[in-house]
Structure formats: structure tokens, C-alpha cells
Design a protein around this ligand. Sequence first.
Ligand code: FE
Ligand code: MN
Length: 362
Amino acid sequence: MQKSFTVGSKTFTLDQDKAEAAFAGKKVINGHQTMCFNLLPLKYQWAYELYRKMKANHWEPEDIPMGKDIEQWRDTTLVTDAERWIIRMGIGYFSAAEGIVGDNIQHVVRELVTAPELKLVLGRHAHEENIHADSLLYMISSLGINPHECEAMFEDVPTIVRKNQFVTRISRDLRRDIDLTQAENKKLLAKNIFVFGQCMEGTQFYGLFGMILSLYRQNKFRGIGEMFRYTLRDESNHIEVFRNLFMDLVEENHEIWTPEFKAELRETMREAITLEKEFIRDCLPVNAVGLAVDEFVTYIDYIADRRLEGVGLEPLSVGIKNPLPWLAEMMDIKKEQNFFEGRVTEYQKASALTDGVKDDDL
Ligand code: FE
Ligand code: MN
């Protein structure tokens, strides 16, 4: 079907069939590739909607005052060494982790997916990882921590090294010319998306999130806590991006969704949980005020099961209740609209403050 537009003395004829063929050619992988970045017509509506939601949540680290945190960091009578250690582990782990996530998006996932709206949301996702990395830099410089100490953390603390290896392994496997028409390679990509979205960002980030927010609740390191709350809101969108991407990839390539592959993914989550529990015990070598190791360990089982269910997999430990119900409330930012005395609302311009973390994300 041809459609003509006459402007002055010129007539342009556009081919409707070509547009329809371009739409039909949109696929998560092995789709029609163009340098024109044709977002329209949108096929993956969720990707565009999440992109808009993510951009409406924009924040900048420097908007968060760190004065009180600096005071508490320096004065040994205000916070305990155990509490300071949690902050060190948080800054040390996330300094590496945020970069690894961003790098995997830019060099693996965004490279391999073909539909432009998927690349669009992944670009925003990678940018948010840059904001998170920048927020850690801001924390490190505000507190006066020697930057080399952070590097030492992710090289010298074995539980951090193991968590990082768990994810970099699957990222490295995909950095080559890869034929994505082969089922084995499709599985590798699906597993990458599962590992990064559900195991890492969805589960392995939550031990420290919980501990840092527990300190926040006790008015300790409020500035850092605020940054982590904003990071957490972003992460809940990242988990959604990767969950949707995973579901669509599986739907379009159903031959990979075998009982063996499902079992492999569940085992991978089991490994992620084990690594996270070991890491939690390093973050909390002794129970601190309001921070019981066992509760955080159970919380990881709880959250991991939510992630598995989110992608249509059976939970690993049925019937666990959330041992940290306060965390759900703490993570819900929409209750405090004037968090930054209006700055965030400013970023959002006319758009309403969209919902924060949904209950089922927790
Ligand atoms: Fe992040
Ligand atoms: Mn993320």
C-alpha cells in the first residue's frame, strides 16, 4: 500500500508495506538491523514505558547533603566500628558492581538485542549505572576514604571477589562473535540476562541495601542511606527491564525453555544465594544494633524466590515470609515527596511522581 503526501510542487510516496515489514522484523534478537534507530512503530511497549519512568526518576548525587554523614564518620562515639564496616563494604562492593552491570549492558546485552526501543531503555539503564557509580565516588570523596581502599576491597575480600566472578564469567562468555541462531548461544544470553537482572541486581544487591537502610532508619549515615534509597528505586526498574527482556526472549525463542534450562537457572540462583549469604556474614561479622545476621540471610531466600517467580520459575524455599517488613516501607519513596526539598520533583518537571518500589519488588 502506498501513501502520498503532496507539499507544494513535490509529491512524496511512502510505502506502508515497508513500515509494516519493519515492525514485523522487530525481534529481541536476530531481528531487522538498521542504523536509523527506528523507534516507531513501537513493538516492545513496556521498554518505552520503562524508559519514561526511569528518566522521570532522575537524581544527582550532589543534591544529597553529606555533612551529617561526615560528622558521624569521623566521630567514633557516634557510630560503632561494626556500623562503619557496613558502609565500607557497601561502598567497596558497589563501586565494582555498578561498573560491572553497566559494562555488561553496553558491551553484551545492548550489542546483541536488535529492536531499537530495547536499545533505548538499555541506554538509560547503563546511564543510571553511571549515576550510581558517581554517587559512590561522591560518598568516597565526602568521607575522605582513600580510593585505593575500595579497589583493595574488591580484590582482597574473598566474598566480594566470588560475587564479582560469578557475574563477570557469564559476561565474558558472550564477548565474541556469537551466532545467536544457535540454541546454545541463545541460552547463554538468556542466562546472562537472568544472572544480571534477577540474581545480581535483583538478589545480591539486597543484603547491603537492607543493612544500609537499617542504619538509615536509626539516623546513621542518612545521606548515604538516601542515595541508596534512590539507587534502590532505580534497581527495581532495572530488574523489570531485564525481567521483561528475559520473558520476551524466551517467548520468541521457545525452544530454549526446556526443563533442563529451567533447572540450570534455578541452580544458578541457588549459587547466587550461597555467595550472598557468605558475603552478608562478612558485612556483619557481629550482630549490630537492629541488624541480625539471620534476618538478612532469610531475607535473601525470600527475595530470591520472588525473582524466580517473576520469570516463571519455581521458588527454592517455599513459604518464607519477609523477615524485614520495615524494609518494604523504607524502600517506598513515594511517601516522601519532598525528599530533596523539591529537587527531584524539579527533575520530573510536569510529570507526576511515579510510583516507587512496588510491594512485590520487595
Ligand atoms: Fe545500579
Ligand atoms: Mn542497576
